[in-house]
Every structure is written in C-alpha cells, then in structure tokens.
Write a protein that binds this ligand. Structure first.
Ligand code: ZN
Length: 285
C-alpha cells in the first residue's frame, strides 16, 4: 500500500515540452532540420496518450509547444486547450537561445507566440527556452522574452549539468525583469547543492521513490509548489531509433522509456497537479 500523499495540499505545476523525438537538442547534430518534414511524426499519438493520462487523474498542465508543430498539427493545440490545459511556447524551431543572435532569438519566440495564439485561440503567456539555454552569457534573452509580450519564463534549471543549468540562480520564482517572472524547474537542496527534482532524464534514471521524496520535500520543507517537466516522446518506447548517436546520448534518451508512463501515472496519484498560470496566480500578478 502507498503511504499517504506527501504533498496533497499544495498544487504543483506540471509542464510538458511538446517536441517530437527527432527534434531534441541531443540529436541536432545527427538529424538535419531540413529533413524534419519527411520524418514520421509520433507527437499526435503521444499527446493523445498524455491527455488521457491527465484526464484520468484529473490533473491539469501547461504545454510548452513548438510553433513548428502547431503549424503542422493544429489539432493537438486545440485538443490541449479544449481539455482545459494551458498552451505556452517552446519557441518556433527548437533552437537553443545560446545558438542564436539576439535578433534571431527574438524573431523565433515572437513567431511561435503568434502561431500558437492563432491556432489555439487563447493568449500565450509562458515561454520555455529549448534545453534551458539561458545562462550568464545570454541574459539579454530575458529582455527579448519580456519585449515579445510573454509574462513568464520557465527557462532555468538551477543545477549543474553538462548542457545547461545556472546552479547559482534562485530556486524559486522571481522577477527577472519588471514584467517577467522566471519560474525555474524544481530542485531540492541537499548538503549545500541543488539536486534536480523537476523531471527530465533524472526522472527516468533514478528510482521513482527519489522523485517522490524530493517533490514531497519541496512541498513540506520549503512549503513551495514544485515545477515538473517531461516530454511526450518519453512515454513512447516504440519510437524509431536514431542511428549514429554516441553512447551517452543513447543512454540518456532511451533509458526506461517503457517505464515512464507508469511512473507518471503514479506521480499524478501522489501529488496534485495544475497549470503554471494557476499555480502562480498569473491573473492576480
Ligand atoms: Zn525542448
């Protein structure tokens, strides 16, 4: 039997980065963007499954969606909105902020906002940079996000990681610009270090109980909502294998894909999940 729900009084924020398996940053060197249109997409089927999973547990979520996908698969955006979830932006073409000029970045996030609002028929207020690619070298990105009309960003994972992370930045939401809130992905603090507690590869790597403990701890000890994220391709063990990738990338991408859906189901049962804009009361802010 399960122990009593560790964080049942706090609404945590569930977020989903809507991109397909071949669009992840780790594969960017192996798959040409020009080929994206010719690769069979799995995202429609996977979003259907995610929506079903959320509806069974009566959870709500925020979907950081690529404009590229919204243009080609508008149905998924409409289904997300129709099911009561929040549509937010993951940029147009999954380019890391660190790989773009200020002008190109600005154009990318503005175009994504426009596309998602046209297709979804709702205002898009949130943005998440691909691969949490805002760091000390490109803080101008926050100016662009504010100027593009977004109200919040969730683009920092304050952990030490070889591809991303600003371990010294705040663990909890803060005003990064006058009109812009940064809502970082959740960490838990152990022995003076931030440990990842908000999903990603860590959720598939460590036993489920570690995530459950860490999120419960943020709710109980810090008395704060957690911000957790996953991708639709993480519940799709039958996705085509990308050939030629290195051992580390292969391990990170494919590890425990066949167990993730069951773990997420348990996570939905163990905690209360809602949209970012509601958990952080953006209407009142
Ligand atoms: Zn992404």
């Amino acid at each position: 039997m399960n122990a009593p729900h560790p964080g049942h009084r706090i609404a945590n924020a569930l977020t989903i980065d809507v991109e397909d398996y071949f669009q992840v940053s780790a594969f960017a060197r192996h798959i040409d963007r020009g080929d994206w249109d010719h690769i069979p997409c799995r995202v429609e089927r996977n979003i259907d499954r995610v929506l079903e999973l959320l509806s069974l547990s009566e959870s709500k979520a925020t979907f950081f969606t690529l404009g590229w996908l919204a243009e080609r698969y508008p149905r998924i955006v409409r289904d997300i909105v129709a099911n009561g979830h929040e549509i937010a932006s993951h940029g147009q073409a999954h380019l890391r902020a660190t790989d773009q000029s200020r002008t190109d970045f600005s154009e990318d996030i503005r175009r994504a906002k426009r596309v998602l609002e046209d297709v979804g028929g709702v205002e898009v207020r949130g943005y998440r940079a691909p691969s949490f690619s805002i760091g000390h070298g490109n803080l101008w990105a926050f100016d662009c996000i504010e100027e593009a009309g977004y109200r919040y960003s969730s683009s920092v994972y304050p952990v030490r990681h070889d591809h991303y992370g600003m371990p010294d930045s705040p663990r909890f939401p803060y005003r990064v610009r006058d009109g812009l809130l940064e809502i970082p992905v959740t960490t838990t603090r152990v022995l003076g270090r931030n440990l990842p507690a908000g999903g990603g590869g860590y959720f598939r790597l460590a036993p489920y109980q570690v995530s459950r403990w860490a999120i419960g701890r943020v709710n109980r000890v810090d008395r704060r909502p957690a911000i957790f994220y996953f991708h639709p391709w993480e519940i799709d063990p039958h996705q085509p294998r990308v050939v030629g990738v290195g051992a580390k990338t292969r391990f990170r991408h494919y590890l425990n894909l066949d167990r993730t859906e069951a773990r997420l189901r348990q996570l939905m049962r163990d905690f209360h999940w809602d949209r970012v804009d509601r958990v952080f009361d953006l209407d009142a802010a």
